[in-house]
Design a protein around this ligand. Sequence first.
Ligand code: BGC
Length: 736
Amino acid sequence: MKKYLLLFFAFSSLFAQKKTIDQRVDSVLALMNLDEKVGQLVQYTGGFDTGTRTASPKQGQIELIRSGKLGSLLNIFGAQQTRKVQKIAVEESRLKIPMLFGLDVIHGFRTTFPVPIAEASSWDPKLVEKSARMQAIEASSAGIHWTFNPMVDIARDPRWGRIVEGSGEDPFLGSVMAASRVKGYQGDDLAAANSIAACAKHFAAYGAAEGGRDYNTVELTERTLREVYLRPFKSALDAGAATFMVSFNEIGGVPSSANPFLLKKILRDEWKFDGFVVSDWNSIGELVPHGIAKDLKEAARLGINTGVDIDMEANAYHRHLADLVNENKVSIRDLDESVRRVLKIKFRLGLFDDPYKYCSADREKKTIRNEEMIKATREAAKRSAVLLKNENHLLPLKKDLKRIAVIGPLANSKVDPLGPWNQQGDSADVVTVVEGIKNKINGKAEIIYSKGCTIDGKSKNGFNDAVAAAEKSEIVILCLGESLTMSGEARSRASLDLPGVQNELAELLQKTGKPIIAVLMNGRPLTINYLAENIPAILETWFLGNESGNAIADILFGDYNPSGKLPVTFPKSVGQVPLYYNHKNTGRPNNPAHQMYTTSYTDFTNAPLYPFGFGLSYTTFEYSNLSLSKNKISKEESIIASIDVKNTGDLEGEEIVQLYIRDLVGSVTRPVKELKDFKKIYLKPGELKHLEFVISPDKLKFYDINMNFTVEPGDFKLFIGTNSVDLKEAAFSVLE
Ligand code: BGC
């Protein structure tokens, strides 16, 4: 048999160029026995040694690989380590099928880029694509074939800790970012040695967890599911995403790992997705506590029969799939389809042609944290921050200051700027705000650092020292926020306030009368009402990664004019949540002058602290001459909306020009506005740009009362402006 196999492989590689991938997949499949087929659908994690910071296969996994019973591993990385494991698969297993190594490269491998919600704040698709590209180049040099990213879950609830991993609340912005990330990871050619397969996750509506509590139940209408939550997934798919990951949650009683509506009807039948679907970590096993499978075997049956191709870590397929096939509970045809999909991605990645192409120690050494990476992450960091307040042009700071106090628990933190889901990020590589300012000032001013308090402790013992530092200085840079462990998976919070005694520290420092600039680091919108009312300047930086301090100093001292805008609404109170800009009008629209009997609270406002799309610049922009090419169109026609934007300040800068539409009357109610397009433009002082947006019918379509995706005739409003609230307005109609 062995001889035939060798002959087969010699033969198949000789003619590989001539055969299509599908043919090559079929010829491998024809040789596989049941155990080997199941093996391709099994994924386990390697073990990470926190001491050596390396990962290796766990006990028993090598033997599984050798016997063809394990097709992919997660959390194994490093050119040498992956080569060692790959060697066993391609030299010692019967069919020599290469392994697939997956990893959560969410915002970097070793070089840590800004967290995804930060990069989404750049509203800069090219930048986001470049960042993903750099992450792919670095991760692939360390043996990684596949990232479990982009995370494209829409999140309207900042209590949910995973809001940090996505692109915020808006389906359009989320779709643009999803496509950019897929393109960046996969590059122009998935077979290139520096491309990695992307994975759109978590399919679907994971961000709609009730109460913002991770893993919680989701109740959602099909219309909202399709119009809001699924759109970034479709965009990722259209951009070529090779794989999808299901979510942990149920929707209306059906957990995603066994949800035929999602996985069969939408993903396969409607969208024609031909990549593979991976479960989330043990999500097949969780069908048991969800209460739709009585045991792991039944869970395995549900998972595979619904189209979850790979079982990550539940051990369900490994233990039960072969039996299920033998008992005719899973058809061999369905099993083969799943195996085919997995093999196909391995072929598309070029692993059958060169299984070691990701395993060059030399390339790894040259790539990890090379200069290009560091430059790219600083660029991404600068462009991801959002200026929320800047009274009396406090910023940018002059470089001739003599004494600067840098205060707060995040001012000199080496760890937190890495953010959650940093992969192999090393705190030694982090430039803190204190360090960044020192680099910028270069000895020309005295920097007085005081921690003041910890992020979430109760002690105020450091307050006096912080006040003394402020009093000695001309200006205070106050770094507040969350630790990196407060957002991310399983990190939901019931409060959105600054943790610990940080707000009290701000209040005390404010009393010194020194001008204060608050620099925020956090993984979710926070209810920073005190800062918004009392502190003259606020810069939202999320978690900016390795070059955090340098990028922040670039902004504070005016070497970069901030251009980010919020991809998510900042509420004033956790009680307002979920609070999002594209809400419905209701039958009793909110009227601040007349709260009673309109949709409102008796004890609080509906208004956000900062609206979606908000962000300031050191310069100012003026919008004028909004006009439409036509005011009446047919259902098939497009309109061109144009506007002039002028830089009316003294500094060059970038503006994100946002276009929203409202459909006034429909067969179903429509949101009060929806982002439909945006452009990021650069303007010199005094410069004016004339911008045009094409409003094609697809921008007006929605799911009507019969769930047809269509344009309905009627009146529309169109808005263009600097955020979701400050907008110029025009009107048009679609004729019958
Ligand atoms: C997360 C996924 C992640 C997976 C593998 C799960 O707990 O929900 O987002 O990709 O683990 O690490």
